[in-house]
Design a protein around this ligand. Sequence first.
Ligand SMILES: C[S@@+](CC[C@H](N)C(=O)[O-])C[C@H]1O[C@@H](n2cnc3c(N)ncnc32)[C@H](O)[C@@H]1O
Length: 255
Amino acid sequence: MGSGALFGSAEAALGYASARPPVHPAVVALAEERFDLPASVEVALDVGCGAGLSTRPLVGRARRCLAVDPEPGMVALVSQVAPGALGAEARAEALPVPDGSVGLVTAAGSLDFVDDLGAAVAELARVLAPGGMALVYDFATGRRLRDGPDLGPWFDDVLARWPRGAPSTSPVTADALEAGGLVVVCQPFEVDVSLTRSAYVDYLLTESFVTLAVGRGEDRANIARWLASTVPWPGVGDEPADVVFAGYVLAARHP
Ligand SMILES: C[S@@+](CC[C@H](N)C(=O)[O-])C[C@H]1O[C@@H](n2cnc3c(N)ncnc32)[C@H](O)[C@@H]1O
């Protein structure tokens, strides 16, 4: 399945604008603390920006903030989700910016979906300014609460009912970025996001296993009902709980 089937619908764009967990500011803060990320740059670029949630923390750090994604429905929401950023339709493999012009490049969960990872990495290296930094990061589905019931067995059941697609054949690794001539440091992270039960279900509905199931003809509303009525959430109402999002960030520079 191409990435358009996962991200090309109006529903996907709205879900990315409204229901994804806001882990991005914490990842940028971590990069500032651990990797000496410059406090401000002339130009920042978010590659595979979706609706712009990953772009938002870049806006105050750059005089000009650009955000690109191949899906027009996603790009149309960037100005609302990340006011001050300029969205454009483009792929990571052909970035519409000059050589060495971007002080901060981010790619949040997007490089797994490119058709040619080598070409995308070559583009990141091409546009990255001398002394600039690229942050390539991703996080797994939040399936653990910081305190509270173990969601693990329940989530295994979720995936048994609605399986994930095949993993990417070219994983985004430090080696893949180093092959493009960049120097890379990898840092795992955990970010806690407070979500209510209903916000957690809305978030899960944006995950690709649901999009795949709906593509096979399953009813999204039925999936939502099952998730909401079976998730072993603390309390009986719509109380918030801290969901742990575990991921990695690859910080890359020119040598
Ligand atoms: C998991 S979403 C992440 C969106 C956003 N970065 C965020 O964190 O909210 C992956 C995004 O990558 C985009 N994408 C797919 N193929 C791409 C490509 N070749 N170049 C750049 N982005 C791509 C999708 O359209 C989608 O918006």
